[in-house]
Design a protein around this ligand. Sequence first.
Ligand SMILES: NC(=O)c1ccc[n+]([C@@H]2O[C@H](COP(=O)([O-])OP(=O)(O)OC[C@H]3O[C@@H](n4cnc5c(N)ncnc54)[C@H](O)[C@@H]3O)[C@@H](O)[C@H]2O)c1
Length: 342
Amino acid sequence: MRNDTVRRVLVTGAGGFIGHHLVKRLKSEGHWVRGVDIKAPEYESTCADEFLLTDLREFENCRKSVDGVDDVYNLAADMGGIGYITAYHALLTRNNILINSHMLEAARISGVNRYLYTSSACVYPMFLQDSADVTPLRENQAIPADPEKGYGWEKLFAEQLTTYYHEEFEMDIRIVRFHNIYGPLGTYEGGKEKAPAAICRKVGLAVDNAEIEIWGDGEQTRSFCYIDDCVEGLVRIMASGYTLPLNLGTEEIVTVNQLVNSVCAAAGKTLSRKHDLTKPQGVRGRNSDNGLLNQVLGWAPTTSLIEGIQSTYEWIWEELSRDNRAQNPNPSRPNSFANTRN
Ligand SMILES: NC(=O)c1ccc[n+]([C@@H]2O[C@H](COP(=O)([O-])OP(=O)(O)OC[C@H]3O[C@@H](n4cnc5c(N)ncnc54)[C@H](O)[C@@H]3O)[C@@H](O)[C@H]2O)c1
């Protein structure tokens, strides 16, 4: 007989940034884990017990993926940073609605115990986010709806659909709204990277005193949540029994210019900035209100931006140094200037 504390868990999007970290966490707790994705993890091998390379836009592939599992963490999505999600509204929305509607139905038929859907702060109304000095967003403010075009509309619709499965089929659901997750092992180039990784890459590639390009005037505001806190939050939310949407982010709001300052401090570099006002910037200001998260879990993310950026920058710098692109100093040995490959 199976030990009840050991569960059979499906993680979709397990070849992606958050999914890969989540698989590692679930394995470290002794669970049996099946990972599913259209691609393998980019930077290290998966430790999932099974890894299916499969396209979840197809219903039959969703059926095979959920077969025999207790819990589903549905993280698979066609997504990227602000450049990517504002460029591909039609295809991205279609891809994600297929994944999410098929995953829900497959999970229902298969009778999974718990189903967690990963949504986004992009569901919040644009009209609440037109000032850099934004009021932190509470879960009950998502409707009346005015979400981000494409990606945000799909996330909000998939939240609703997940809720209907709870109401009509008594599916035990969780809905998590991430706010800007970042950390090591996240995509840092190629067009799908998000702001913290893109800025770490630009700073890592720059020689001291050079100039880097920043999208927008840099006065847009965000909060950023470190990957370890994200994974901790996911596991806690799954265990919570709470079936309404919950923010998962930090309340440490900064401007993009302050984010750049943090990366430069981690790098030990002084860089000037060229602001490109033609590039997409997203909403003017966005922050998480963690009141409900604290109330439900008695917990909220704790990693400061300075700490999280330090380890993220160190990892990206190491990656860039593999093909001799990283510029000194080496952030792990800031005083050594010992990277002889440059
Ligand atoms: N990272 C963030 O800041 C953030 C913020 C808000 C919401 N989210 C959500 O969290 C989840 C995970 O995000 P992430 O940052 O790890 O992104 P990611 O892009 O690294 O991971 C998503 C994974 O889904 C996979 N995928 C895409 N289409 C698929 C398909 N048809 N079949 C199977 N797999 C497919 C991708 O290959 C990718 O590996 C996503 O649902 C995303 O929308 C992330």
